[in-house]
Design a protein around this ligand. Structure first.
Ligand code: NAD
Ligand code: UFG
Length: 345
């Protein structure tokens, strides 16, 4: 029996594949490489010393997705595949709705056809919209402020409807906070296309000299130093959360949402300073206007995941910064960097 990992070549997916392989799961990766590189999966094979099938398939391609289920004995799906850039989703909303929502509808339709009812879905803390209070618990009101967020919210609703229609379904909605860091080998990590939207890849690209300085979006928030506060979580901790969720969905039915965060918030300036300490690099920055749509503060109450999944984040901000730097400094051009150089050392 295998675990199908959609979007397995991406940032979070590739780290989760390593954990699955190390835990002796058979995996199958489905990805259209629209925001990732096959090189990431080559490195997953190198790191885990395991082989697995890769399907270069788009989730919107119903026939080929069906073929993946026909050819394999799949017991559960971890569904990462989706587009995730908030700003881009405002520019091309239909593309986001089609890719993320239609993609999930096609996937779950085919899962149902083949009697595969175990699903772990990549949701996001964005489904809490502008939270009234922090820390955020799973039962707080849900809303969305942009098309990307609406795709996550709508998919959560669609999956709830699916469970109501057939209670054989067993679904974990994992609401990630802000994933950063990289595998400690420095072989896999986050490789954004073009200029990064997110804070950590922006900082690491300043550190390697690809960008001049970090623009700190606003210093007049009602936080201790005036800059925005987020719950950064190490991607390796996050990956581990998927294995816990997988065990849970395989052993029961139902639909449950879980916050995957550390429960601790850091401001933009705190992250910049933690990165300087971990890397020994000076990070230039300037304060600029707030970014439209940003919220003041967002951090998780992760106790439900600890209680029900037995999962808790273990890595702190120092390790997150150290591993982000390790990845970026070894791979200044991301997956385009020749890997033989450090593989042979
Ligand atoms: P990513 O872009 O690195 O990975 C997503 C993968 O899905 C990519 O490899 C991409 O090629 C693939 N993909 C996209 N559309 C596809 C399609 N139609 N068919 C097949 N493959 C497709 O992103 P990530 O950071 O690893 O995020 C994984 C998931 O987690 C996404 O659903 C994202 O929305 C969600 N999420 C990410 C964050 C974050 O900050 N990284 C936060 C919350 C939620
Ligand atoms: N920031 C800067 N400068 C930058 C980039 C970000 O100051 O160049 C600040 C932001 O204003 C925010 C913090 O750094 O205060 C974090 O910003 P990110 O863009 O890294 O992350 P967000 O919290 O805005 O968004 C992330 C994901 C979204 C997801 C959201 C909630 O990118 O997909 O978390 O889970 F919806």
């Amino acid at each position: 029996m295998s675990i199908l990992v959609t979007g397995g070549a991406g940032f979070i997916g590739s780290h989760t594949c390593i954990d699955l392989l190390e835990s002796n799961y058979e995996i199958i990766v489905l990805d259209n490489f629209s925001n990732s590189s096959p090189e990431a999966l080559d490195r997953v094979r190198t790191l885990s010393n395991r082989n697995f099938k890769i399907y270069d398939v788009d989730l919107l391609d119903r026939e080929n997705v069906d073929q993946v289920f026909k050819e394999n004995d799949i017991e559960a799906v971890i569904h990462f595949a989706g587009l995730k850039a908030v700003g881009e989703s405002v520019q091309i909303p239909l593309h986001y709705y089609h890719n993320n929502i239609t993609g999930t509808v096609i996937l779950t339709h085919i899962m149902q056809k083949y009697g595969v009812y175990n699903l772990v879905f990549s949701s996001s803390a964005t489904v809490y919209g502008i939270p009234d209070t922090v820390p955020i618990t799973e039962d707080m009101p849900l809303s969305a402020t942009n098309p990307y967020g609406r795709t996550k919210l709508m998919i959560e609703q669609i999956l709830s409807d699916l469970y109501v229609s057939n209670n054989k379904w067993s679904i974990a909605l994992l609401r990630y906070f802000n994933p950063i860091g990289a595998h400690e080998s420095g072989l896999i990590g986050e490789d954004p296309n073009g200029i990064p939207n997110n804070l950590m890849p922006y900082i690491t690209q300043v550190a390697v000299g690809k960008l001049n300085e970090v623009n700190v979006f606003g210093s007049d928030y009602s936080t201790p130093d005036g800059t925005g506060v987020r719950d950064y979580i190490h991607v390796v901790d996050l990956a581990r959360g998927h294995l816990k969720a997988l065990e849970k969905v395989k052993s029961s039915s139902g639909i449950e949402a879980y916050n995957l965060g550390t429960g601790k918030g850091y401001s933009v300036l705190e992250v910049i300073h933690a990165f300087e300490n971990a890397s020994g690099q000076k990070i230039s920055y300037k304060i600029v206007e707030r970014r439209a749509g940003d919220i003041t503060e967002c951090y998780a109450d992760p106790t439900k995941a600890e209680r029900e999944l037995g999962w808790k984040a273990e890595k702190g901000i120092e390790e997150m910064c150290r591993d982000s730097w390790n990845w970026q400094s070894k791979n200044p051009e991301g997956y385009k960097t020749e890997s033989k150089f450090f593989l042979s050392r």
